[in-house]
Design a protein around this ligand. Sequence first.
Ligand code: ATP
Ligand code: MG
Length: 234
Amino acid sequence: MLVFATSDKGGTGRSVTSCNIAYRMAIQGRDTCYLDFDFGSPTAGAIFSIPSAMRGVARGGLHSYLAGSNQVVSMDVWRETDRATVKGRPDGAGRLVLFPGDIGGSEFAPDAETIQRCARLLLRMDEEFSLVLIDLSAGRSHALDTVLAATALPRLKKVTCRWLVFHRQVTFFSRGKAVAARTAGTTAMSCRAASGSCGPPSSTRTPTTSPACGPNRSSGCATATSPCKTWPAS
Ligand SMILES: Nc1ncnc2c1ncn2[C@@H]1O[C@H](COP(=O)(O)OP(=O)(O)OP(=O)(O)O)[C@@H](O)[C@H]1O
Ligand SMILES: [Mg+2]
């Protein structure tokens, strides 16, 4: 399964939450990988506390792979982290692999070749891992456009894709007064399009915590929506 993490704005908790989901899934025995597609700010190495990839890698990151390089660096988080509570693969845990971004990488508009390379990467990752988390740049970025185009290709039709859409703040108003505010919320969408015709959030709310990586706080919430019935649109 491919899970894409995106948001309208930066700083909504995509990377910290995605690292924690990846960690939790791996602990539960699933082979999991994390693709750092936040090309302008690849922070997963810092969140997993991997000294050689704190701001991405000098060569072989995903940015340069999409731009044409054949070298792709992968890192075994269990081995490479210097975080004592994460180091060492626990009994029964699955693989936890980071594919970092590049130091100094940046957003670039995809062409047909970029989209094909992205599709090849996603297909291969989906075959090798039971969960693939892809942390995208914020907003309507080139990274987002690239994966939307890649996942729309016929050869990815059978691959299950899910979206986690992060919101910085949602404030509810009643008669002009703010009655509730939610920060760092997450909407889980069962459709491939990051925006569009999914229904409103249901009332199911599950607290998200950060036991392994990032701040040890639990202010976020995950809100599940019904599966999108109208996708694929024409
Ligand atoms: N659940 C949470 N509770 C409180 N703070 C959080 C939570 N998740 C993330 N943060 C904090 O919010 C900030 C942004 O988190 P993070 O880097 O994961 O966001 P992002 O959406 O990936 O940002 P960017 O757009 O810069 O890539 C960080 O300082 C992080 O420590
Ligand atoms: Mg981030």
